[in-house]
Design a binder for this molecule. Sequence first.
Ligand code: NAP
Length: 283
Amino acid sequence: MSKINKKIAFIGAGNMGEAFVGALIQTGIFSPSMIYASDISEKRLDILNKTYGISVMQNNFKVFSECEIIVIAVKPQHIYQILSQISEHEGYRIPNRKIVISIAAGIPLRKIEALLYNSLDNDSIEKLPIIRVMPNTPALVLAGMSGMSANKYTKAEDLNTIKIILEAIGKVIEFQEEDLDAVTALSGSGPAYVFYIAEAMIEGGIKVGLKPDKAAMLTVATIQGALKLMEESNESPEILRRKVTSPGGTTEAAFKVLEKNRVKQNVIEAIKAATIRSKELSR
Ligand SMILES: NC(=O)c1ccc[n+]([C@@H]2O[C@H](COP(=O)([O-])OP(=O)(O)OC[C@H]3O[C@@H](n4cnc5c(N)ncnc54)[C@H](OP(=O)(O)O)[C@@H]3O)[C@@H](O)[C@H]2O)c1
C-alpha cells in the first residue's frame, strides 16, 4: 500500500470513522501523527486518541481548516448543520487543495456543494473537490464494498488518493452519481439481505431438529464457504447452484419450494423498492 503524506481529518468519530482510522493505520497508509478526528462526543475522541494515538479535538472547523483530506463521517441528519457551521465561519478559506469525502448515506453532491461552495470564488471552488461514497457495514471488518461518485472538480490524482483510502476498508467502484441509489439498494442494504437468509437458514435448521448453536455454526460456515467458492471459481452463481442441484435430490426438493414462493423475484422486487426509497431520501 502506498503511503499518503497528507493530513486527514474525520469529522465524526463513530463506527465508520473508527473503522477508517484503524484501517489506515494498520495498512500504513497514514501515520497516526497525520490523522485528526473531531466529534461532539469527548468519550469517542478519548477512545480514538488512546487506541490509535491520533490527534483529537472538539472543533470541526479547526480540523477542516488544518487538513488536506476531510472525511465527513457523521449521521446524515447532522451533515447540514456541520457544513453550514464550517462554511459560515469567518475564517473559511481554501488557500490550498482540499479533498472532501462524504460517507453520509443519501446526501447528494449538489447539497454538499451548495453549502461548501456558496461563499467561495471560482478559484477556491476548483480547489475543493467533493466525493460522495456509499460504503456498507462490512467496512467495519475491512470487508466493505463502496460505491463512489466524484464531482467535476476532482482530478485524477485526487481519485487515486481517494481510492487508496477507500481500499483500506474493502473494495471500491466508481459510478455516475445517478447510480448511487442502485448501489445503496444492492451493496449498501445488501448485507441485511444476507443476514435475513442466514436467519431463515438457522430457524429452518432448528425446525428440523438441530440445536440453535449448531444451526448457527452450520449456517455461517456454509455462507462463508459458498462465498469463497463463488469468488474463486470462474462460474456464475446460477451455474454453481445448478451443480449442487441433482435431479430428484434434496436441493431440488428445496428449490421447488423456493421457486413456488417466487423467492428470487421477491428479492429483485426488494432491491427495486430500496432503490426507489433511496431516491426519495436523497431528494
Ligand atoms: N455504519 C455503517 O456501516 C455505515 C454504512 C454506510 C454508510 N454509513 C454512513 O456513515 C456515516 C457515519 O455512520 P456511523 O455508523 O459511523 O455513525 P456513528 O457511529 O453515529 O458516528 C457518528 C459520530 O458523529 C458524532 N457527531 C454527531 N454530531 C456531530 C457534530 N455536530 N460534530 C461532530 N461529530 C458529531 C456522533 O456523536 P453522537 O453519537 O454523540 O451523536 C458520533 O460519534 C453515516 O452518515 C452513515 O450514513 C455508515
